[in-house]
Design a protein around this ligand. Structure first.
Ligand code: SF4
Length: 147
């Protein structure tokens, strides 16, 4: 069976997070991890961006790549915080350019309470945001389950 090696980088505002939602979604192949249905997955790194402006993006992927990472997920927290990280697209571009790996925006499904609040705020009212959040909101039951 194909084995995918991946790393996760979270927003530092959630630095004390134990990763419960990300690990659950990875195990259940939910949210952004649905792409790995039927595939074997190994988590080879987990860290935070180290706070704005995200200094860890420059160095920590080295360790993940040494452990064989082919994909790095930028955690859902970066997309749902108030405000969402304004640097995510740059991080993606940089990591893909420097490490020649794939960067996926998001991990676990977007919890319904965040979805409702951001709908009110109009946070994701652009085509590019709609594209980003699409795999993370398509299953409403999962979104409720991640509240
Ligand atoms: S907003 Fe972005 S740069 Fe700032 S702590 Fe969160 S992920 Fe890092």
């Amino acid at each position: 069976m194909e084995k995918i090696r991946l790393g996760i980088i979270i927003c530092d505002r959630y630095r004390t997070c134990a990763g419960g939602k990300c690990f659950k979604a990875l195990h259940n192949r939910e949210g952004a991890f649905a792409r790995y249905l039927g595939k074997d997955v190994v988590l080879v790194g987990y860290t935070t961006c180290n706070g704005c402006p995200g200094g860890n993006m420059e160095y920590t992927p080295d360790e993940m790549v040494k452990n064989g990472a082919e994909v790095i997920h930028l955690a859902t927290g970066m997309l749902v915080g108030y405000p969402p990280c304004t640097r995510i697209n740059y991080f993606k571009k940089y990591l893909e350019s420097k490490y020649s790996l794939q960067v996926v925006l998001g991990t676990h499904p977007i919890p319904e309470k965040y979805y409702i609040e951001h709908q009110k705020l109009g946070t994701w009212n652009t085509e590019s945001w709609q594209e980003i959040i699409k795999p993370l909101v398509q299953n409403k039951k999962e979104c409720l389950d991640y509240n």
